[in-house]
Ligand binder design. Sequence first.
Ligand SMILES: Cc1ncc(COP(=O)(O)O)c(C=O)c1O
Length: 397
Amino acid sequence: MAHRSGRHFLQIPGPTNVPDRVLRAIDHPTMDHRGPEFAALGHEVLDGLRHVFKTAQPVVIYPASGTGAWEAALVNTLSPGDRVLMVETGHFATLWNRMATKLGVATEFIPTDWRRGADAGVVEAKLREDKAHSIRAVCVVHNETSTGVTSRIGLVRKAMDAARHPALLLVDTISSLASIDYRHDEWGVDVTVAGSQKGLMLPPGLSFNAISEKARKASAAAQLPRSYWGWEEMLASNKTGYFPYTPATNLLYGLREALRMLQEEGLDNVFARHDRHAEATRRAVRAWGLEVLCAVPEEYSSSLTGVMTPAGHDADHLRKRILEAFDMSLGTGLGKLAGKVFRIGHLGDFNDLTLAGTLAGVEMGLGLAGVPHRKGGAQAAIDYLAECARKPARKAA
Ligand SMILES: Cc1ncc(COP(=O)(O)O)c(C=O)c1O
């Protein structure tokens, strides 16, 4: 393909743009992962991650995509035939459910219309019905990347407590960690699953489990076969800053840098930035006369916005025109949303002008692709960003 000047706009909801600082950090000679210098790197990234997950408990790092960490969460805690509640928030919840079924877990998949998050009331009712406490786990995707809907995990926790049910809580934060406020310990989450390529601003290739004491106890009795994903060997090595098998050393250099960047900005500022960009994006969508896919304002995602195209207008045609004309990638509609929805990623290494450029590209693309809309969406977003910029400066990190 011919060279295109300027930077490609990678506005899919992950993988996200990798900041230069992280790219430079990755670009160092690979070191001996059993040598004396490695332990300092291991300790720094493992400690830094705990801060981002808001946990005092262990976090493990796999050289794997997020799907690997999904599998790790299941095989470390469950046994064949175990009952598990999962919520069909969208495409990714569907894939996780499919994986659990393949592994021999008996899932009950609570349906939604893919426009809302997990209903804590339904979870509570299902758990109350289970007088024998045979349900072993509740699995929820915190931020459903296929729809742009954020489930309220604090409410799910409350529902589980109200039902006095001992099930484990397993949560996928692949597109929310380090973008949307998340509290592993406070919300009593037993296993949090995350990945490197979204809010953590790294290339794909690392994924994580944050593990509660209760999950660790459950893993001692869990019978699903596991070897590569097993927590115990990993935790034993991690104590000294090392790994039981070859880690993705250069991605760990990048992770160390990304964690430092998040620390410098301050997590609260990071979340406020994502909230601001999400609000500006929704203002643009409304001004265009289009509809945000998420139907519940309290569940709007701050890391991406799913936008519905009017009936008869293929969202993938719009995405194609935008890529050809403006060198910008937007997220496709996944599963049953194919052709009906496009997704604007506004997470990771991202600022007001990146968003202004992104929305300008979408607005020009709507015109090129002949999608009926009103002009002025990008302007509505710019007005909001300018208004925010007038307010007091951000909190000290
Ligand atoms: C919410 C969510 N869960 C799971 C996955 C799967 O992760 P991966 O593609 O890194 O294996 C993704 C990927 O985008 C995701 O967004």
